[in-house]
Ligand binder design. Structure first.
Ligand code: ZN
Length: 293
């Protein structure tokens, strides 16, 4: 299933793409009020959702008639970010050090997420070095700590796309501030939906692409992850409980803006398309704005 949140008459509602008719979505409000509630309902909830989209119990809408919202708003806890999980990206960002080292773990504030088609408002007085990062995001479905790699996928609910938008001046200022540089308000789109694990049997064979104004900037594949998804579940859960509804952003391939020659950063008017094969794409425009309270 492709599970999503959408806005209808000012309400947030759970829905799913209609199988075989993916230009339409089925309202799943009768099953659960949001995706987090559905994840918490476990297998029973998923079974009910599956029945409801085959023989729609709820209303059917055309996809283009509704506004898609972030599938999880907020996720359960800060987004867990993985830094330098692709060798070529590790090389482009670490001058002189080309060894395959374990990736960095950091987090992004829950307030940093935004919707799949939302504009990203950036105050140039806060940052003028806004950069892109296409990533596969893993949504955790089952609580666990110290999860062995061979059981890693049992804890995965599904997958979505994330653009781990990063303010490089903040990230690299003040002695190195991943958390703050990757947590600007409403800067990082997620979605457009969560594809359940059963529909992505081979998560390590997915193409990743990021375009700015139609120009391809990142062109990677999840097969090049240093730590694949099950290994990330094992490592991040070591001594630290992963909760249902938690999100792991699994790292970005090479081609980010700041590592280019000369460096490139986003400016107002730029449009990013962030795509993961088999999942979908996010389309977001950068707009200039005064920082909001
Ligand atoms: Zn990232």
């Amino acid at each position: 299933m492709k599970l999503l949140m959408f806005e209808l008459s000012g309400d947030r509602r759970l829905g799913a793409l209609r199988p075989g008719h993916e230009q339409e979505l089925v309202d799943l409000s009768p099953v659960a009020h949001d995706l987090l509630a559905l994840i918490d309902a476990g297998e029973e909830g998923l079974d009910e959702a599956r029945r409801s989209i085959i023989k729609p119990a709820g209303a059917v809408h055309s996809l283009e008639s509704v506004r898609l919202l972030p599938p999880l708003d907020p996720p359960r806890g800060n987004i867990i970010g993985i830094g330098r999980n692709y060798q070529k990206h590790a090389e482009e960002t670490a001058a002189g050090n080309h060894a395959a080292e374990p990736p960095t773990v950091f987090t992004k504030a829950i307030t940093s997420i935004t919707g799949p088609t939302d504009d990203i408002a950036v105050d140039p007085a806060v940052s003028d070095k806004i950069d892109w990062e296409v990533e596969l995001a893993v949504v955790i479905g089952r609580r666990g700590a110290n999860i062995d790699r061979q059981n890693g996928f049992d804890h995965v609910f599904g997958y979505m796309v994330i653009n781990d938008v990063s303010a490089r001046d903040i990230q690299m200022g003040w002695g190195g501030q991943y958390f703050k540089g990757k947590s600007l308000d409403r800067s990082s789109p997620i979605g457009p939906w969560v594809v359940t694990r059963d529909e992505i049997p081979e998560p390590q064979r997915l193409g990743l692409a990021l375009r700015v104004n139609g120009q391809l900037k990142q062109d990677g594949n999840t097969r090049d992850m240093i730590y694949p998804v099950d290994a990330l579940v094992e490592w991040t859960s070591k001594g630290m409980t992963l909760l249902p509804g938690a999100v792991i952003a699994t790292g970005t391939p090479d081609g980010v803006g700041f590592a280019r020659t000369p460096p490139e950063f986003l400016k107002p008017g730029d449009v990013m398309e962030t795509e993961v094969e088999g999942i979908g794409a996010l389309t977001n425009r950068i707009v200039a704005a005064k920082a909001r309270a």
